[in-house]
Design a protein around this ligand. Structure first.
Ligand code: PDD
Length: 278
């Protein structure tokens, strides 16, 4: 696999990052995962804009322009012959003597690599996911897409240990989001409910696209918090992210939703999303 590091395309075994990189020492870095379908980037603009916002919130310089970033993405997809999967991008504040204060003249590190994934034909899209609920113990700036992902990793392990696929995190009695996706329910009268944007969740690029598509398809969207109990009694549930698109949820903390099969609204939104991405 060919990866991109600070201006160079290299075989992954030749790529090097300093042990003093602040991404490694302080999780002082941000990232994006942009999906690729049929060799094409999905919603690149949205991901590039969110990247810039994450960098701005952390006063971190961006080493590349929008056009350069697009070119690097396309070049990596071509060099690796990627048909379906994603491009992972990470920018850190770079190497500096270990100090909690940011260095005065940071030299950011930028890394990109491709990921092969079967997103369009994922078996979970057919069967639906089982999720458990866990307490949300992450920091308070979840709107910034930092590489500080240990709690979501722990959540994924808790889900696995419980025989589930993923975890939905709960704060002050209401669901924030999934470990690496946004969370939705569909009420029995057909309304799509997802938590409103704030610092408590990541502002999903797939979320923005799916909510727009739902409204275009005359579906009703309500942006408000919901509890696990409301979700367990909902008609349907689903998640969205660049690595899953729209994927149905069929079980929450052991309670089966509806008849236990993916619901019609989740299925329809998945189709609409994939049609537009193609
Ligand atoms: N995760 N919420 C969290 C906490 C996430 O980590 C993600 C994405 C999302 C969905 O955002 P988007 O639709 O822009 O992918 C929501 C990526 C895919 C990851 O960490 O691999």
């Amino acid at each position: 696999r060919i990866v991109y590091v600070n201006g160079e395309y290299l075989p992954e075994e030749d790529a090097k990052i300093s042990v003093f990189d602040r991404g490694f020492l302080f999780a002082d870095g941000v990232y994006e995962v942009t999906s690729v379908l049929n060799g094409k980037l999905v919603d690149f603009d949205g991901h590039a804009k969110r990247l810039q916002r994450s960098l701005d919130e952390l006063d971190m310089p961006n080493p590349v322009t929008f056009e350069e970033l697009l070119e690097i993405n396309r070049e990596l997809i071509a060099r690796n012959g990627l048909e379906e999967g994603g491009v992972y991008l990470q920018i850190t504040r770079g190497a500096a003597d270990r100090d909690f204060a940011y260095p005065a003249n940071p030299k950011p590190t930028i890394v990109l690599f491709t990921l092969v994934m079967n997103i369009s034909g994922s078996p979970k899209a057919e069967t639906g996911l089982k999720v458990i609920s866990i307490e949300d113990q992450r920091w308070g700036r979840r709107d910034i897409k930092t590489v500080q992902l240990l709690y979501p990793s722990m959540g994924k392990m808790m889900a696995k240990a419980a025989g589930a696929d993923d975890a939905w995190m709960v704060e002050e009695g209401v669901v924030t989001e999934g470990t690496s996706n946004n969370a939705y329910i569909v009420t029995r009268d057909g309304k799509i409910v997802t938590r409103q944007l704030s610092n408590a969740i990541l502002h999903g690029i797939t979320r923005a696209a799916v909510l727009r598509m739902a409204e275009e398809a005359q579906m009703v969207v309500e942006e408000r918090p919901f509890t696990i109990e409301e979700a367990q009694n909902a008609a349907e549930a689903f998640i969205t992210s660049a690595t899953t698109f729209v994927t149905p949820v069929v079980e929450i903390d052991g309670a089966t939703l509806g008849d236990g099969a993916p619901g019609p609204i989740a299925k329809r939104l998945r189709e609409i999303y994939m049609d537009e991405a193609r």
